[in-house]
Each structure stands twice: as structure tokens, then as C-alpha cells.
Design a protein around this ligand. Structure first.
Ligand code: GDP
Length: 433
């Protein structure tokens, strides 16, 4: 099916040294003929582009199909980076039948033409959205093809799909029987790998999506000081008058390799001051959203404040009691001194909880999107159902479960194209990708 030509700026529409406009489609030699003679494949050449009274000397590159990003003919025009000039050029392209691409349409075509798999496309989106060094490295590691464990699993499942189907279709006539013992031991080995990958991806998801951290505690516990120590900058106001942090302050930072979204909350105590009360009222939604609630208790206090403990009770699974001001007094538990930046025990607690057995480097290349992780969970469940089949069950049962497993793997890599989540994915891309 011929693809209608599309165009989009590949660089932001800002005043900049160079602006790149990409065109993708079939037979671009012919389509672009009125504008410029295209250079030799993958060779940059200067061309004078003339349209509507504009005269622009531009660098032009030509990537003929199928050796291009989209798998179609792709042409790049490097113009001077003036946003009005770029808009006029795009209008002119529209006039010669090259419409503006929808967000993500270049990448969508790359997927349709088999130049990218869905895992790559999702990694690319995460790379473009990455805000921390770890997020960049994790996204880069996921680019570059389907991971080996998925390729191997796909091959093994395909083998067993063929085996069971042969047994269903010709079992009785040709005397083909299914070795359930062999199938089940293969499934056990595969599921072990899937479980490791699931744990790796749980850590990878925290590294990608970040951890929402609420810091709570009574006034003067050192919340703002800890907030600033974690954020690495003077963001919250630190003072010695109890109750100065009157509203919720939010900041994004990276700590223990994890992207953190920190919430500093007003002191969790009753107050007659209306502004401070407003802050207290805003704490609950934050406790709900938080992945980790740090209950800061000054070390000189013998025990955490019972009133605060009670308020935090509904969230106890994600509450960590942190003893601050350990430079002033001895105490048990996770001991820090926010004012001196002595936070190592807290860092270790974060690593244990969110990265578990996997250091960031051990998560490189792991599945990391919600869609991928849900499919992996479904796949594990499917395999577990095969494990529980009795050896004498009708062969149709493992055959249909294996078919299901096969489809899940195909959906994971996007080889099953009928996935409705795709439109949502592409619409989240910027224009020109
Ligand atoms: P908040 O009300 O919980 O936000 O508490 P602040 O962060 O404003 O801190 C209250 C006071 O405790 C300030 O004078 C801080 O300098 C001090 N403080 C905070 N953390 C520590 C610490 O680890 N050790 C000591 N000695 N003082 C601290």
C-alpha cells in the first residue's frame, strides 16, 4: 500500500542554528522533484530551495527505502533555524501534497514496516522523556531489539505450540503423543526466567517512574532540612519556629539513583492558625499518593508522637520511621543527621525497598512499562496453568494455553498489530518522531 508522504520538524520550533524537517513516504524523488534534486543516498548535499519568493540554501539528505528510520523514503532538509521560515516551508510542502505528520506517525510507520519493534518504540519514548541520568541509561539499554530471553522463550513456546497442535490434529492417526513431562519441565524453566525478569522489571519501573516520597513529622523534626538535603538545594524554608512550612512543597530530584518526587508537608499537628490548618488538610491526599512516607522523629525524643502514629496507621505498609538529629542523641533504627547530610542508612532503606536485589545496572534492559509488566504477569499466569495440568489431560488443554502464551509474547513485542494501546502510545510522542 503506497504511504502518503508526511512531513514534520524534527527540531523544536525555536530560533536555533539549524532546523531539521523530515519527510517520509513513497517515491520522494518524484514528489520532491519540483523543490530539489535529491542527493545520492545517505550523502549530504547543499541545495537551493526556492518557493513563494523564499530562497534558502539547505543541506539535504536522502535515505531511500528501506534503509531509513521509517522503512520508507526519508528526506531531511536542514534549514536555518527560524521558526517562521520553517512554518512557511512546511506550508509549501503541504502545497505539494506532503501533509503534516501526526504525533508519533514516523515511529508508527517504522513499527508497521518492521523497522522497530514495540519494545524499542516504548524505550524510545522513555528516552525522549527521561529527566535523570539513570532514566536515560535505562532507556538506552532497552533500545536495540528484543531481549534475548524473550527471543528464546518465543522460540521454545513456538516449538511446543507446533508439537501440541500436531498432537491435536494428527494424534490418533499418526500416533503422535505429547510428552507432558518434557513440556512441564520446559515451562518450569521458562517461568523461572520470567519470574527473575518480573523482579528486575519491578526495580526498573521504580527507576523509570520514580518514587513519590512524603516527609512527615511533628514541627521541628527536621523535615525541611531533610527535604533540602535530599533535593540538594535550598527549596523549603528551614526555620526554628515550629510550623513554618505552611503548605505542601514538591520537588523532583534524583537520589540513590532513584528519581524522587519529594513532598514536604506542614507539621502534622492540630493548629489554630488557618493557613497552617490548610496545609495539614492537604497532607492526606499526599499520604495516599506517596510510595514511601518518611516519618521523621528527632532522636532526642524517646518515641514517635502517638498522635502522628495514629494518623499514619492506614498507611503503615509504606511508612518508614527515620530518626533524625542523630548528631544530638543516640537512637535505634534508621539514623540520620539531615543537617550534616548523613543519610546513608536512609539511602540503604530506599535501595532495599525499591531496588531489592537489583542494583540499577542489573536492571538495564529489563521491561519497564506498565503494559510490558502486565503482559509479563499474564504470561507467568498462563505458564503456571500449564504446570498444574495433569499428565493425562486432553492435549487440547496445553495446546490452547500454549496458544495463549504465544499470543502474549507476540503482543509484548508488538508483532500482534491489533493492539488498541498503540494509538495511545503514539499520541504521546512529540511531533516529528
Ligand atoms: P521542620 O519543622 O520539621 O521542617 O524542621 P526544620 O527542617 O525546619 O528544622 C528544625 C530545626 O532543627 C532547625 O533549626 C534545623 O537546623 C534543625 N535540624 C534539622 N535537622 C537536624 C539534624 O540532623 N541535627 C541537628 N542538630 N539539627 C537539625
Amino acid at each position: 500500500m503506497p504511504m502518503e508522504p508526511i512531513c514534520a520538524p524534527a527540531t523544536p520550533l525555536l530560533s536555533s542554528p539549524v532546523a531539521i524537517i523530515r519527510v517520509s513516504g513513497d517515491s520522494l524523488n518524484r514528489v520532491l522533484e519540483p523543490l530539489a534534486q535529491l542527493p545520492k543516498p545517505r550523502m549530504a548535499a547543499l541545495r537551493r530551495l526556492e518557493w513563494d519568493g523564499y530562497s534558502e540554501r539547505a543541506l539535504v539528505l536522502h535515505f531511500p527505502a528501506p534503509h531509513s528510520y521509517t522503512g520508507e523514503d526519508v528526506v531531511e532538509f536542514h534549514l536555518h533555524g527560524n521558526s517562521l521560515l520553517v512554518r512557511r516551508f512546511l506550508e509549501h510542502l503541504g502545497g505539494i501534497g506532503i501533509r503534516l505528520a501526526k504525533p508519533g506517525e514516523f515511529t508508527q510507520r517504522a513499527l508497521l514496516n518492521g523497522k522497530q519493534n514495540l519494545l524499542d518504540v516504548e524505550a524510545l519514548k522513555d528516552l525522549l522523556d527521561a529527566a535523570t541520568d539513570t532514566q536515560i541509561r535505562q532507556a538506552q539499554a532497552r533500545l536495540g531489539g528484543v531481549p534475548a530471553w524473550i527471543r528464546e522463550a518465543k522460540e521454545k513456546i513456538a516449538f511446543w505450540v507446533a508439537r501440541t497442535e500436531a498432537a491435536v490434529d494428527y494424534g490418533e492417526d499418526e500416533n503422535i503423543s505429547l510428552d507432558m513431562g518434557a513440556l512441564k519441565s520446559e515451562v518450569t524453566v521458562l517461568n523461572e526466567t520470567f519470574h527473575v525478569e518480573q523482579r528486575r522489571s519491578a526495580s526498573a519501573r521504580w527507576l523509570k517512574d520514580g518514587v513519590r516520597v512524603a516527609i512527615v513529622g511533628k514541627p521541628n523534626a527536621g523535615k525541611s532540612t531533610l527535604f533540602n538535603a535530599l533535593a540538594g538545594e535550598e527549596r523549603a524554608i528551614v526555620t526554628e519556629i515550629p510550623g513554618t512550612t505552611r503548605d505542601v512543597i514538591e520537588v523532583k530530584c534524583e537520589w540513590a539513583d532513584l528519581p524522587l518526587c519529594l513532598f514536604d508537608t506542614a507539621g502534622l499537628r492540630h493548629s489554630d492558625d488557618p493557613i497552617e490548618r490548610l496545609g495539614v488538610a492537604r497532607v492526606d491526599p499526599i499520604l495516599e499518593q506517596a510510595d514511601y512516607v518518611l516519618h521523621l522523629v528527632p532522636a532526642p525524643d524517646s518515641a514517635p508522637d502517638p498522635e502522628i502514629l495514629q494518623r499514619l496507621a492506614p498507611y503503615h505498609e509504606k511508612v518508614l520511621i527515620v530518626r533524625n538529629k542523630c548528631d544530638l542523641a543516640e537512637s535505634d533504627g534508621i539514623r540520620v543527621s539531615a543537617i550534616n547530610g548523613e543519610l546513608e542508612p536512609l539511602k540503604q532503606a530506599f535501595i532495599r525497598r525499591f531496588l531489592g536485589e537489583f542494583a540499577p545496572d542489573a536492571c538495564l534492559g529489563a521491561l519497564a512499562t506498565k503494559r510490558q509488566c502486565e503482559l509479563l504477569a499474564d504470561l507467568i499466569q498462563q505458564m503456571e496453568m500449564i504446570s498444574t495440568l495433569s499428565d493425562s489431560c486432553p492435549v487440547e488443554l496445553p495446546a490452547s494455553l500454549l496458544q495463549g502464551a504465544w499470543l502474549l509474547i507476540m503482543r509484548l513485542t508488538g508483532e500482534d498489530r491489533a493492539d488498541a494501546t498503540l494509538d495511545a502510545l503514539f499520541s504521546g510522542f512529540c511531533l516529528g518522531k
